[in-house]
Design a binder for this molecule. Structure first.
Ligand code: NAP
Length: 295
């Protein structure tokens, strides 16, 4: 089975390349150099012999999108639509990645699949346009909305917090913005299962569990480390509000935790985010103990 994966240098794309390679697929890893989505004239670089195409490539920084709205629209909306249309014409199964940031995040609680997104940032608007355009061009496509990925080679918030706490460094984390953290290894397994299912349309590809803030995730990591006597005394954790975080250019939506009913409908029950996070932290503790058996 030949599977082409865009954004191969990215957090999600890189992890998917590793996953599908380890599962015995023939992987075609596409970096920006091989397939530049901003140019929109890339069709000659696509191979109808591929069985599946995954599209995690994106302008994924909300701040960069705010500064470059035209490029964001091209890469996050027009290019995915072209890929989806090409896949439909050539009988290639197509899966596109989207984001919880398509939601305005004004209401607390979990977001159901039926909720119509009303994004307010350039990033969110361009990703929502991408969802709509992909499904219009290719109604058989899957659009996987994901959130707060960790456990990939390219580190995100959870990975950095864990590394810093293990080193005994202080952490400051935002306490008034809520979503669900997603273990990349589990996401990769869900994607494989979705591809093997008759899934189509939008899927909220996230864990079960209650919405949590970045500060709440950091607390959970610290508690797990403490339980395993792996939290240095010098590690501290303090809270900060979104309003106090002055480095964000684009406004961040506040409540974007999605419910995973649409995912479970296709692939069966998925784990709670806390279970997945505990497993991830325990693995990191074990690895650390093995690499420093004296400490
Ligand atoms: N990570 C998360 O927590 C998260 C949360 C919600 C949704 N998502 C969604 O998940 C997907 C993957 O995100 P990610 O975290 O993997 O992002 P990422 O680490 O920033 O990776 C994005 C990838 O897209 C590539 N890319 C950017 N512009 C391109 C262009 N013009 N042509 C071709 N490739 C281009 C990048 O290549 P370069 O390395 O050359 O820049 C990189 O490989 C995105 O759709 C994002 O919206 C991610």
């Amino acid at each position: 089975m030949k599977i082409a994966i865009t954004g191969a240098s990215g957090r999600v794309g890189g992890a998917l390349v590793e996953h599908f390679h380890s599962r015995g697929f023939e992987v075609i890893a596409l970096t920006r150099e091989q397939l530049d989505l901003s140019a929109l004239d890339f069709e000659s670089k696509l191979d109808p012999g591929w069985d599946v195409m995954l599209n995690p490539a994106a302008m994924a920084s909300p701040d960069l999108c705010e500064q470059n709205p035209d490029a964001a629209q091209r890469v996050n909306a027009q290019a995915p639509a072209k890929l989806a249309a090409w896949a439909a014409r050539n009988g290639v199964r197509f899966l596109h990645f989207s984001t919880d940031y398509v939601f305005s995040g004004d209401r607390s609680g979990k977001i159901a699949l039926e909720e119509i997104p009303t994004p307010r940032t350039v990033y969110g608007i361009s990703k929502r346009e991408g969802e709509i355009a992909v499904l219009a061009a290719n109604p058989q496509a899957i659009v996987a909305r994901i959130s707060w990925i960790y456990g990939a080679t390219k580190h995100g918030f959870v990975d950095s917090v864990l590394a810093r706490l293990l080193r005994g460094e202080p952490i400051t984390a935002i306490c008034d913005k809520f979503s669900l953290p997603t273990h990349m290894k589990e996401l990769a397994g869900w994607i494989e299962s979705l591809l093997a299912s008759p899934a189509r349309g939008i899927v909220h590809a996230c864990h079960r569990g209650e919405p949590v803030s970045w500060h709440g995730i950091a607390e959970e990591i610290a508690a797990t480390l403490k339980k395993h006597q792996a939290l240095p005394a010098s590690a501290t954790l303090s809270a900060q509000t979104l309003a106090e975080q002055s480095t964000f250019l684009a406004a961040r939506p506040i409540h974007t935790a999605m419910d995973c009913i649409s995912l479970e409908q296709w692939i069966g029950p998925v784990s709670e985010w806390k279970t997945a996070l505990h497993r991830f932290v325990c693995d990191a503790v074990t690895t650390k103990k093995h690499s420093h058996p004296w400490g």
